[in-house]
Write a protein that binds this ligand. Structure first.
Ligand code: FE2
Ligand code: FE2
Length: 186
């Protein structure tokens, strides 16, 4: 299988775990108003740093080739690039809500919870669509030459939380992921 697709699926698994973790923190916020903000911040930092800037453009690259080879995919799946814009908007909105709630205890809690849940469900829905329609369509349609080109162009965008990654940037997440009980849902 194409290396790029293996990476994308692996990244989806990481993101699914982080969304499960985030959901646990949202539940905690609702009950106690005292979630682990350090963990929430790192999760957001990860989503802003990697999926928003590197994961989605890799998918866009594959999508553009797929669209050329099979224009019908747009009708079946919708516009992936436009979906990524929406995902990014939700992420930025959620980030502002987290900063808001950390800076101002008066911010209505239900608004924060709503935005947080909206972010989590939007991400899950987006990934589920990619896994069930976009990736199978790409695997069926792109040629070996296409994959060589995609793999070549996307190989340097490595997930900082992926297998074999080294680094100290996401220390809390690296630790938490190692012991996270959740089963990947994507
Ligand atoms: Fe995506
Ligand atoms: Fe994705």
């Amino acid at each position: 299988m194409a290396k790029a697709i293996e990476c994308i699926r692996d990244e989806h698994r990481t993101m699914a775990r982080l969304l499960d973790m985030l959901e646990t923190q949202i539940d905690l916020f609702e009950k106690t108003h005292q979630p682990d903000f350090e963990l929430i911040q790192e999760i957001i930092d990860y989503f802003l740093t990697f999926p928003d800037l590197y994961h989605h453009p890799k998918e866009d690259l594959i999508y553009r080739v797929l669209k050329q080879r099979d224009p019908d995919v747009v009708a079946r799946f919708g516009d992936l690039e436009a979906q990524h814009e929406q995902v990014s908007e939700r992420l930025h909105k959620f980030t502002r809500a987290v900063v808001g709630v950390m800076l101002d205890a008066e911010m209505p809690r239900h608004i924060f919870v709503e935005m947080a849940r909206d972010f989590v469900s939007g991400e899950r829905k987006h990934m589920a669509g990619e896994e069930s329609v976009f990736i199978p369509a790409a695997l069926a349609v792109l040629t070996e030459e296409d994959w060589k080109d995609v793999d070549h162009k996307s190989s340097r965008f490595k997930d900082p939380l992926g297998q074999g990654s080294v680094g100290t940037r996401f220390t809390v997440l690296t630790e938490q992921l190692a012991s996270w009980r959740g089963t990947p849902s994507a």
